[in-house]
Design a protein around this ligand. Structure first.
Ligand code: GLY
Length: 388
């Protein structure tokens, strides 16, 4: 119905008043207030201080340098994770990420821009090496937050992204072929038997050094804050290795694989996506930050909830504790940060990030002191070991 000029002005004035007054149910003021100035820092999963795609710097170094040179925080973080997406040596992200059960690489990613309060994501995207850039395009160029499968690919094609017929590398294809050859041909076993069969196949692939076990759930999450306390984050992955085609994990889901509140902080994840999806842990962590918790406590609280919700026997070790790895990378609006992991050590991480004989869970940091990899705070002491 057309609105008269008088009605229009009346409504406008009312809207102005409404904007000035606190909205009913408005979000509580954060206990961690965005400061006028912050110590810039970038944090990520430990692979963020490992891969360089043949260049001189790692993800966290690149993102930190670009951000502190005045670049947009999210642009800088995406430039950082692009190194891993494009690196054929990184089996858990982008090009060369381990494929699904049909041998097809399907990628997930999302990103959030704190100051702009915008977000975008893609899931089960095939053919594009850098899903984080497509996630960013969903954020910038659509009214939506998540595009999936062929729709996401058509969107990327329309924007001029190169669509490749196959994102496998020789290595990821060989690993998949071996997995296929060794696994039970009756693929859809009941969950218990399937998990046990998968575990046996994976262990044999690890033993034969065809695969590094870290990459089965591998992902990168990378979050940053600049000197103006602008906070952004991005998560990108090829998801669970050998997943049922179409399976989407936590990585592209806002509140699960990533959550950013520009006034409060950022959190993102790596590890068993299903455990995180069920609990929407990144959202919980950012809400914990809002209540004033330190990043470490905010993250450990979320892990406690995951642990409490892990009731199925197939997901528990013989001592009743979770039988999987889950790690969060957290920073608040003061630039304080933490990595928190379910276990202090994970056998799958031996040989990573300076680890030799021990598989310490670590995360990557870059600030004015340069890039480094530091130990996560663990909810549970000891080592996560496979039990057959
Ligand atoms: N966290 C990555 C995944 O489960 O897909």
């Amino acid at each position: 119905m057309p609105v008269s000029r008088r009605e229009f002005l009346k409504r406008g004035a009312a809207a102005g008043l409404a904007a000035a007054a606190p909205l009913p149910g408005a979000i509580a003021a954060p206990a961690v207030r965005r400061s006028a100035a912050a110590q810039p820092v970038v944090v990520s999963s430990m692979n963020g201080n490992w891969y360089k795609n043949g260049g001189p710097v790692t993800c966290v170094e690149k993102a930190y340098a670009q951000m502190t040179a005045g670049g947009d925080v999210l642009d800088a973080l995406i430039a950082g994770v692009n190194l891993l997406e494009l690196d054929p040596e990184e089996d858990s992200v982008g090009y060369g990420g381990l494929p699904n059960a049909d041998g097809v690489v399907q990628l997930d990613s999302c990103c959030m821009h704190g100051p702009r309060r915008r977000a975008g994501g893609v899931a089960a995207l095939e053919g594009v090496r850098t899903p984080s850039k497509v996630a960013r395009a969903v954020m910038d160029q659509t009214d939506h937050h998540l595009l999936v499968g062929p729709g996401a690919q058509a969107f990327a094609r329309g924007l001029g992204f190169a669509i490749e017929p196959d994102l496998n590398t020789a290595h990821s294809r060989q690993a998949w072929l071996e997995w296929k050859r060794r696994s039970d041909p009756k693929h859809y076993l009941d969950p218990d038997r399937r998990a046990a069969a998968d575990r046996r196949v994976l262990d044999s692939l690890f033993e034969d050094r065809l695969l590094n076990s870290r990459v089965v759930h591998g992902t990168i999450n990378c979050n940053g804050i600049n000197a103006m306390a602008e906070i952004c984050g991005v998560t990108t992955t090829s998801g669970l290795a050998w997943k049922i085609p179409g399976r989407v994990g936590d990585s592209p889901i806002l509140g699960a694989g990533l959550y950013v509140d520009g006034a409060v902080g950022a959190a993102g994840s790596t590890g068993r996506g299903e455990a995180n999806l069920y609990n929407l842990s990144s959202y919980l962590i950012v809400e914990n930050l809002r209540r004033g918790m330190h990043p470490k406590d905010a993250g450990l609280d979320a892990l406690r909830r995951v642990r409490a919700n892990t009731v199925e026997r197939r997901l528990r070790r013989s001592n009743g504790e979770p039988a999987f790895s889950l790690t969060f990378y957290i920073l608040n609006a003061r630039g304080e940060h933490a990595g928190v992991s379910m276990y202090a050590e994970d056998d799958d991480y031996r040989g990573w990030a300076g680890n030799t004989d021990r598989g310490y869970m670590k995360y990557a940091v870059c600030d004015r002191n340069g890039p480094r990899t530091v130990q996560c705070e663990a909810l549970l002491p000891g080592v996560l070991r496979t039990e057959s």
